[in-house]
Design a protein around this ligand. Structure first.
Ligand SMILES: Nc1nc2c(ncn2[C@@H]2O[C@H](COP(=O)(O)OP(=O)(O)OP(=O)(O)O)[C@@H](O)[C@H]2O)c(=O)[nH]1
Ligand SMILES: [Mg+2]
Length: 182
């Protein structure tokens, strides 16, 4: 084959590659869902969302107001709105519930009895709020790596106590830990 024919053949291959790349079209759109993430200050909401977004979760600072992250999963994108958990912000939580399609509640499993009680009261209020009461809830018992952490079973018993739900409904509220126990 002459040099000219070889050059032409390569040019044609380049053209085919270009077409293959350019005409492939965009990947299918993933459905998006809007979630709200709540829990007392320090429970680990920002750390969890940073981890899910593969961002550094070192040196996180307390959320003043709210912050939104798009968390990508293979089949869906979750737009998670984290509401800061400080005492001064919690009273405004309900103003940000509208439009939510699911709820993540983060608990510090190693917190004091008083803080756990406060967290449970906030959780029960959220579960009964008209804009959240019909939505799927995920309750995460975080800080499991700490020696003082209560087990997921203990947290489950405590959280479900006084919860005005029938037994079969409780199955819809899975509790798990973000960080593994070492
Ligand atoms: N040991 C341990 N520390 C954690 C864990 N999750 C979060 N932390 C730490 O707890 C502190 C508070 O975490 P944040 O993610 O800021 O908590 P937050 O719930 O977003 O707090 P606010 O934004 O104030 O409502 C940070 O120093 C984190 O590194 C965990 O599972 N184990
Ligand atoms: Mg935060």
């Amino acid at each position: 084959m002459s040099d000219l024919r070889i050059t032409e053949a390569f040019l044609y291959m380049d053209y085919l590659c270009f077409r293959a790349l350019c005409c492939k079209g965009p990947p299918p759109a993933r459905p998006e869902y809007d979630l709200v993430c709540i829990g007392l200050t320090g429970s680990g909401k920002t750390s969890l969302l940073s981890k899910l977004c593969s961002e550094s979760h070192e040196n996180v600072v307390s959320t003043t107001g709210f912050s939104i992250k798009a968390v990508p999963f293979q089949n869906a994108i979750l737009n998670v709105k984290e509401l800061g958990g400080a005492d001064t912000i919690r009273k405004y939580w309900s103003r940000y519930y509208q439009g939510s399609q699911g709820v993540i509640f983060v608990l510090d499993s190693a917190s004091s009895e008083d803080d756990l009680e406060t967290a449970r009261n906030e959780l029960h209020s959220a579960l009964q709020h008209p804009q959240l009461c019909t939505l799927p809830f995920l309750i995460l018992a975080n800080h499991q790596d700490k020696p003082a952490a209560r087990s997921v079973q203990e947290i489950k018993r405590y959280v479900y106590l006084f919860l005005p739900l029938k037994n079969e409904e409780k199955k819809n509220f899975p509790i798990d830990s973000v960080m593994q126990k070492h």
